[in-house]
Write a protein that binds this ligand. Sequence first.
Ligand code: ADE
Ligand code: ZN
Length: 331
Amino acid sequence: MNEIVEFIRKSPKAELHLHIEGTLEPDLLFKLAKKNKIRIPFSNTEEIKSAYNFKNLESFLKIFYQGSSVLIKEQDFFDLTWAYVLKCKEDNIVHTEIFFDPQTHISRGIDFDVVINGIYKALEKGNKEFGLTFGIIMCFLRHLDELSAFKMLDRANEHKDKIIGVGLDSSEIGHPPKKFERVFKKAIENGFLTVAHAGEEGPPEYIWEALNLLKVKRIDHGVQCLKDSKLVEKLRNDQIPLTVCPLSNIKLCVFKELKQHNLKKMLNEKLMVMVNSDDPAYFGGYLNKNLIESQNALNFSIENIKTLLINSFKSSFLNDEKKIKWIKKFD
Ligand code: ADE
Ligand code: ZN
């Protein structure tokens, strides 16, 4: 195995942009569909694989929400999350901050507690069994309205011991961050950390709004920022983390191929970027694969990889003591 691949595999990592529903692998999807008697429009893995060809974010979300419909019981959310916890162990992810989308489940009559408890129990087991630390971030679906988001915030308030922050995901274009300004203000007042997807497909203006109106601590994706030099200056000066997801961007046609991805340019601009897997079951790879394929396509040096991995810890919501502990391992 070449030296740099070995370095990637062996190094500790933090993952900061991962939708737990996006880790639903076809085998578990079939198993749960059968158990819960949910009809899905595929009869085998081959059919699923050919359906996982997306032309943009919107075309992916349709399949993604359909897949999530097999999740019914607390045990299903536990099994889903536990499978991801095992991937963390395999990829040497020592800290993860994961998203979940309660509105996707509530709209199907699944109770909020069923969702959060299943996810939380699996992460706690991972923590007890091999020390994986974690945070859970509840995302609002931006294609839904403000009132629905406020209702979710009320439910999240009942689970402050489990949920560290709120985020914003789903269809970006046509749903600017400003639509959720009041919800985010209340979330911050309630003590939640905040992040938002912005500049995945949408314009730099959405990144400005996420920073200025939603007051987020991190931007999820943010790859459109290079179109606006003032924005790049702001992101660099304030070292705002951008949680980049290379394989996701290729699968959703944000860039044609990995060689054309702007991650190296962002790194050269001294932006606070790191690599994440987003929805690995749909986009063809977990964190190590994202790192290895990006390194290969963009010719990253070991120093570049070190920077990306150190950035993953710096940008996390771990306390300073824990951040320093992990960053020291790269000396
Ligand atoms: N939900 C799951 N994955 C997403 C992505 N990449 N962008 C926006 N919403 C999402
Ligand atoms: Zn995402």
